[in-house]
Every structure is written in structure tokens, then in C-alpha cells.
Design a protein around this ligand. Structure first.
Ligand code: FES
Length: 220
């Protein structure tokens, strides 16, 4: 059964990790020390420390946030506040690949919801859920700053995939199932149409194309 990662954050869940698991290696402790030396106040190291912990544990339940706070010598509440502010820090376990599909304005008017729904149908889960095999989590994202290449998605806080079409989604899912990350696609800011060099969708002629119209059109 798919798991719902969009559920309200539980502040006092049963711990996921045992005390035996809640340790940093000597290399990780050195990295934490390095972060502390980069900033005038230990709080400056929170974001890097949480990131290191997420890379290690996969997500940040309260016991992991506390481990980071203790390692950095800062109050738990400070680390908790940062971890719960940014969506890039996962508070629940997610799939191997977290697909953040942008449905903000530019992506929306370029068919972002069609892409989201296509992906949902393809993987058999809804936004906020994780596939039964644990490979994919789909999330609906706010603007990811690549509006010129809409519609787009981001893979697990990293690689962007631009100018999405259904066939591009098919290839992406198939590649990820094979453990292949898509190639990095640069976002160009051409001064001239001829410089676009293929970095633009050309399969859409009008908004009639989209199965899910932009939300603004449904207000009337
Ligand atoms: S609206 Fe999707 S990247 Fe900006």
C-alpha cells in the first residue's frame, strides 16, 4: 500500500532509529567540526549538519534532529525549527527518488498539472505518496526557479528535468528504475530565438492542448 508522506508532521512519533544506530562516524564528526569552524556562531552550522544527517539516515525524525543538535552543541529547538521550516529536509521517510513536480504559475500554464497527473497515473500513487516498492515519492512543488523551462520537476533535491512531456516522463521513470539519473540539462537564457537550441517545447500550440487547465481559468 502506498504511504502518505503529506500527512501532518507528528512531533512525537515512535523513534525510527535505535540508540545503536544514532551515532556519527569519526569522519562525520570531523565534518561537523569543520562546519562549526566555518561560522562565528554554532547555529550557522545547522543547515549543513542537518543535510549531512539526512544523507546518512535518509530523513530527519526528531531523534536525528536531536543527534545533530547535540553534535553541534546547540539547543534542540533551534535545529528543529530549521528542519521543519525547509521542505528540502524530509521529516518522513520518502522514496529513493523524490519527484517534485512544479505546478506553480509558469509550469501550470505550460501543462504542469497534466505532467503531475500523468506521473500519478503512471506510478499508481497521488502527490504526497510513496510507491509500494519504495522507489518513488511524488510531491507537488512551488516554483523551483526554472520557469523558462516549464514544465519541470526536480529529483530528490538535486537534478532538474526541464521541458517535460509525457514521453520524457516515460523515459525518466524507466531510467530511474534502472538506477540511471538523467543527464544534467543546463538552462539557457538566450537573447535570440535561434539560440534556444532545442531547449523549448514545440509540441504545444495552444492552451486547448492541456487536459488540466491553469487554475486561474476555473475561477469564473
Ligand atoms: S513556475 Fe515552475 S519553475 Fe517557476
Amino acid at each position: 500500500m502506498a504511504t502518505n508522506n503529506g500527512a501532518q508532521f507528528n512531533r512525537h512519533p515512535e523513534p525510527t532509529f535505535s540508540s545503536d544506530q544514532l551515532v556519527f562516524t569519526s569522519d562525520e564528526k570531523s565534518a561537523m567540526q569543520g562546519y562549526l569552524e566555518m561560522y562565528p556562531e554554532p547555529e550557522g552550522a545547522i543547515m549543513r549538519g542537518l543535510w549531512l544527517a539526512q544523507e546518512k539516515f535518509g530523513f530527519l525524525p526528531p531523534e536525528v534532529i536531536r543527534l545533530v543538535a547535540d553534535e553541534l552543541g546547540i539547543p534542540y529547538a533551534r535545529a528543529y525549527g530549521v528542519a521543519t521550516f525547509y521542505t528540502q529536509y524530509f521529516k518522513q521517510k520518502k522514496g529513493t527518488y523524490v519527484l517534485d513536480v512544479c505546478t506553480c504559475f509558469s509550469c501550470q500554464v505550460c501543462g504542469g498539472y497534466d505532467i503531475l497527473h500523468y506521473l500519478e497515473d503512471k506510478l499508481g500513487i497521488k502527490a504526497g505518496e510513496t510507491s509500494e516498492d519504495g522507489l518513488f515519492t511524488i510531491q507537488e512543488a512551488e516554483c523551483l526557479g526554472a520557469c523558462g523551462s516549464a514544465p519541470m520537476l526536480q529529483i530528490t533535491n538535486g537534478r532538474y528535468v526541464h521541458n517535460l512531456t509525457e514521453s520524457k516522463v516515460d523515459s525518466l521513470v524507466s531510467d530511474l528504475k534502472d538506477g540511471k539519473m538523467p543527464a544534467f540539462e543546463s538552462v539557457t537564457l538566450p537573447q535570440d530565438e535561434t539560440e534556444m537550441g532545442g531547449n523549448r517545447r514545440d509540441d504545444v500550440e495552444s492552451l486547448e492542448y492541456y487536459k488540466t487547465p491553469p487554475v486561474a481559468e476555473t475561477f469564473e
